[in-house]
Design a protein around this ligand. Structure first.
Ligand code: 1GP
Length: 250
């Protein structure tokens, strides 16, 4: 049985083609900023708000950020945790993820074992996702002790993604790293997409509608942007991205 958030995402991808999600890093913002950012993205057509960062976050602040976001938008809130401290009872769902190219068992299965009982206790909807760090990998790659797959080795990224699917992950995420100079190249997205049947999420360094369109045309089902919401005119930028990828079916 699929949970309601996962069903919503799958239906949206089926009907609309590639969709966009907004990533909020609670470490970087105050509550006032959170509410302003989300207000801006309210009419932008973004499909869900992901909440998570790569380093430490106070649990109280995370809870407050999630509550503020939930009071401001109707779309689902999905936790994107880097550790068990990234779990809040106030969200709708959680990417229940494993960092497939981590060299540390903690990020493959350790944190998941510690977090699973909390997910159940809080009634969060877990959405199984295989997370693969590629390219520069950014802070997520360093903190997660990943051996990042270089952009010129798309078949290796595909092998990770397929292994994730075979292990039962419902989504695969190719992560170029927040703020990456170059987003995941379309060639890598294309190769990965040929291997897997589950929806493909792509993020890291996507700043323009052209980059979003290139990723969606190559086969990304979900485009995630984080950094751009912190800039001026964020709502308009997100609308442009949403519009550019609408109707692109993989
Ligand atoms: C990071 O993929 C996301 O986890 C988003 O990256 O902040 O560069 O948009 P940006």
């Amino acid at each position: 049985m699929l949970g309601s958030v996962e069903k919503y995402l799958l239906d949206k991808i089926k009907v609309e083609g590639a969709i966009h999600m907004t990533l909020i890093d609670p470490e970087k913002i105050t509550l006032q900023q959170a509410s302003k950012i989300v207000e801006n993205s309210n009419d932008s057509g973004t499909s869900a708000i992901m909440i998570g960062g790569s380093t430490f976050i106070s649990q109280t602040h995370l809870d407050d950020v999630v509550k503020t976001i939930k009071n401001t938008v109707k779309i689902p809130t999905i936790l994107f945790p880097n550790n068990i401290t990234g779990i809040s009872r106030y969200a709708d769902a959680i990417w229940f993820m494993s960092l497939l190219n981590s060299t540390d068992p903690y990020f493959l299965m350790g944190a998941q074992v510690l977090g699973a009982p909390l997910v159940k206790k809080y009634g969060l909807e877990p959405i199984p996702m295989g997370y693969v760090i590629v390219g520069e990998g950014g802070t997520a790659g360093i903190v997660g002790k990943a051996i990042a797959v270089p952009y010129n080795k798309p078949e290796l990224a595909a092998a990770h993604a397929l292994a994730g699917q075979y292990l039962g992950m419902h989504f695969v995420y190719l992560e170029g790293g927040s703020g990456a100079k170059d987003p995941v190249p379309p060639e890598m997205i294309q190769v990965v997409k040929q291997y897997i049947d589950v929806p493909l999420i792509v993020g890291g360094g996507i700043r323009t509608k052209e980059q979003a369109l290139a990723a969606a045309s190559a086969g990304a089902d979900v485009i995630v942007t984080g950094n751009i919401i912190e800039g001026i005119d964020a709502g308009r930028k997100i609308s442009e991205i949403v519009e550019s990828i609408r109707g692109i079916k993989s």
